[in-house]
Design a protein around this ligand. Structure first.
Ligand code: HEC
Length: 129
């Protein structure tokens, strides 16, 4: 009886570990690589220049991503996070190539996590890039 209970307990723990591994958490490190290599590399080449995550608060970044209006509404931030965009630039952009198969939702969550962390009031304000 005790043995059976122990077996059931072990099975329950293992299955809950498997379940949490599937519910993948946002990966801010992956978001940082993408932000620097894709977002910043374009900004730096344009008149606007690099946009440091620390120029905005967490709430401002969350609202920015939520609004999904990029370059004063000329296009959408979601376009630059999409698989389609990564496919377009992967020939000349290593990060886009590396994350080519990641879902749009996962990559968006990763970049959002990096921006929240690097925000003015974030855990680790990122001054550059
Ligand atoms: C192909 C070039 C390019 C890429 C890629 C790009 N941006 Fe931009 N971004 C711009 C330009 C150009 C502006 C300035 C537009 C203006 O001021 O007229 C801008 C402006 C911005 C601004 C300032 C506010 C605004 O919308 O005008 C933010 C914030 C921003 N981009 C975030 C991002 C994020 C996040 C990514 C990556 C997921 C990204 N951008 C990718 C070109 C790019």
């Amino acid at each position: 009886m005790v043995r059976l209970a122990a077996t059931v307990l072990v099975a329950a723990v293992v299955s809950s570990m498997a379940a949490s591994a599937f519910a993948e958490e946002a990966n801010w490190k992956r978001g940082r690589i993408y932000y620097r290599s894709v977002c910043t590399s374009c900004h730096a080449a344009e008149a606007i220049g690099a946009i440091a995550p620390s120029t905005r608060t967490k709430a401002e970044w969350a609202a920015y991503l939520q609004a999904d209006a990029h370059a004063k509404g000329a296009d959408k931030v979601s376009r630059f996070l999409s698989k389609a965009y990564r496919a377009e630039i992967k020939g000349s952009n290593k990060a886009a190539e590396k994350f080519a198969d990641l879902s749009d939702e996962a990559l968006t969550a990763d970049v959002a996590a990096f921006l929240a962390r690097g925000a003015k009031d974030g855990d680790e304000p990122a001054s550059c890039n």
